[in-house]
Design a protein around this ligand. Structure first.
Ligand SMILES: [Zn+2]
Length: 340
């Protein structure tokens, strides 16, 4: 595979545009530099104060965000949309995208913050994670005082009782950003899950290493290319366009009464191959269980619902041993969140 952004799209998508040179100029004069397959850096001559990373396809079959990013690029390339900020577009896992699978060897979104280098295994996702870390570092290292933003766009394997939700990476006790929560609301995302510890996700990497406002955004359910209803992402798309083209744009103020915030109550970890979840495999994200209900077993170990209104997120009994098989969450008041 060559290093032209259009190539991997053209391979799987019969994409109508093609970028052959590595540096290209958008109609608004912004330089568009291809750093690698699926990695495109846009730099206007006089960029405003935000450095924005938009990533998609970290899981190759999560197509709606890929289509949304393609459409954004189309409008930039056609001149409909003017680029006024530095923007890095990342199509995360092109090899998996072309194969229409979530991953080839390993979950790419568990390989950041150096996890790609642990152990002796070398595979496509590990190589890609190391490269993506280097591109994020290169992008964010140019300016020290820009507002750093990273939105990592996903769709979930399973249905969700809350169609869209954001995972706010662990901030090590720092307050949450009022402006960013307001932006999520403007983007149609009114559910936020607060991570309770450091992770090896892409968004935690940007948040922790570069002090970026970074989020994993879950935007609905996985569908094949072409089967997505992008009108469900119109609000998010409008926010991204405003961030790209309107310096100083701010979302409407936060309305905490419409924001549902969840904190992690317990983590269910698969330790052996005897592990089993005690509920249907197709249960929706954010399904609540009654206090005391048995959730999972692994040899002698048992997990029960500990608190009232505990709900399950990301259940997956098929993960590798040692990995998280489900997260249990409880609602917390958005009025008591420490904000800055
Ligand atoms: Zn994903």
């Amino acid at each position: 595979m060559t290093h032209a952004l259009g190539d991997f799209l053209a391979l799987s998508r019969q994409h109508p545009w093609y970028l052959s040179p590595s540096v290209y100029s958008l109609p608004c004069g912004t330089a568009a530099q291809i750093w690698d397959t699926g990695v495109l850096c846009l730099e206007p001559d006089n960029p405003a104060g935000r450095d924005l990373i938009i990533s998609c396809g970290i899981h190759g079959n999560e197509t709606a965000p890929i289509e949304l990013c393609e459409a954004l690029l189309h409008r930039l390339i056609s001149g409909e949309l003017t680029c006024r900020q530095r923007v890095l577009f990342i199509f995360g896992n092109p090899a998996a995208m072309n194969a229409a699978v979530r991953e080839l060897d390993e979950n790419l979104n568990r390989l950041f913050s150096g996890a790609h280098a642990e152990g002796n295994e070398v595979n496509q996702e590990r190589k890609r994670a190391a490269l993506l870390e280097s591109y994020v570092t290169r992008f964010f290292s140019v300016r020290e005082h820009a507002e750093r933003l990273h939105y990592d766009l996903h769709t979930a394997i399973r249905p969700s009782q809350r169609e869209k939700f954001a995972v706010y990476p662990y901030l090590h006790g720092a307050p949450y950003s009022r402006a960013q929560l307001a932006l999520l609301q403007a983007a149609g995302i009114n559910t936020v899950l607060l991570a309770h510890e450091p992770t090896t996700t892409f968004s935690y990497f940007s948040a922790h290493r570069f002090n970026a406002h970074a989020f994993t955004l879950e935007l609905g359910k996985v569908m094949p290319f072409g089967d997505n209803d992008l009108t469900r992402l119109t609000a998010l798309n409008q926010c991204l366009e405003a961030l790209i083209s309107e310096p100083g744009w701010q979302p409407p103020p936060l309305t905490p009464e419409h924001l549902d915030v969840f904190a992690v109550s317990q983590e269910i970890v698969k330790n052996t191959d005897d592990f089993a979840l005690c509920f249907n495999n197709d249960v929706s994200n954010f399904t609540e269980f009654e206090q005391g209900v048995l959730l999972a077993t692994d040899q002698q170990q048992q997990w029960h619902v500990q608190q009232e209104r505990e709900a399950v997120v990301f259940p997956n009994a098929g993960v590798a041993c040692g990995q998280r098989a489900a997260l249990m969450v409880v609602p917390v008041s958005s009025f008591t969140l420490p904000l800055r």
